[in-house]
Design a protein around this ligand. Structure first.
Ligand SMILES: [Zn+2]
Length: 195
């Protein structure tokens, strides 16, 4: 697999609340940061677009348990937990997409009324490569919507983690059935730090 100018690498929600010590920590989340940095380096060198999404909720968001939602309070806008993982090395020209910022609406997919589909189509993007968190929630929703939007869609399995093992396995089957290319890669093929 190698990137080209018509590709976009999309890093989903690699934020502190989803990593060790965070409000909604996902097992193994910290381990994918070096792998994602490696993908970013490869994408940047090839002239591909780099996109990073962030969950960015107001206090009292509809997805929080206090309002009957499925999740504990997490990624409150401007909080420490909403910051990107400390090791994530984004290029200066990365496009940051904010989602979940409306009090009464959640957005699992980075393409859900964010304008990203139109931006990528406008740029002539043909293929999208997804990584980040979590495989069975936001990566899943984004990948399924990417296919619907007409992109050749790849998911980098060694650079994502599910909230539950069973959820991850079901997601891989669902994505494969939807025509998404699941790239297995080498989970130990990592480098540390920023280039
Ligand atoms: Zn959220």
């Amino acid at each position: 697999m190698s990137f080209g100018q018509d590709d976009a690498l999309i890093v989903l929600d690699l934020q502190r609340d989803f990593c060790a010590g965070g409000a909604l920590a996902i097992a193994g989340a910290d381990k994918i940061a070096p792998k994602i940095n490696q993908l970013i380096d490869e994408a940047t060198a090839a002239g591909a677009m780099v996109v990073a999404s962030r969950d960015w909720h107001p206090k009292g968001h509809v997805s929080f348990a206090a309002r009957g939602g499925p999740w504990p309070e997490h990624c409150v806008a401007g909080s420490e937990g909403a910051k990107f993982h400390a090791q994530l090395c984004l290029p200066d020209n990365a496009l940051i997409v904010t989602k979940g910022a409306d009090l009464d609406k959640d957005q699992y997919s980075v393409f859900d009324e964010t304008g990203l589909v139109e931006q990528l189509h406008g740029r002539g993007t043909r293929r999208v490569f997804l990584c980040g968190l979590a495989l069975d929630v936001c990566v899943r929703a984004s990948a399924l919507q990417a296919v619907q939007a007409g992109f050749e869609t790849h998911v980098m399995l060694s650079a994502t983690r599910p909230i539950t093992q069973a959820g991850g396995e079901a997601t891989i089957r669902e994505m494969t059935n939807a025509g998404i290319v699941v790239e297995h890669g080498d989970p130990d093929d990592t480098t540390a730090g920023c280039a």
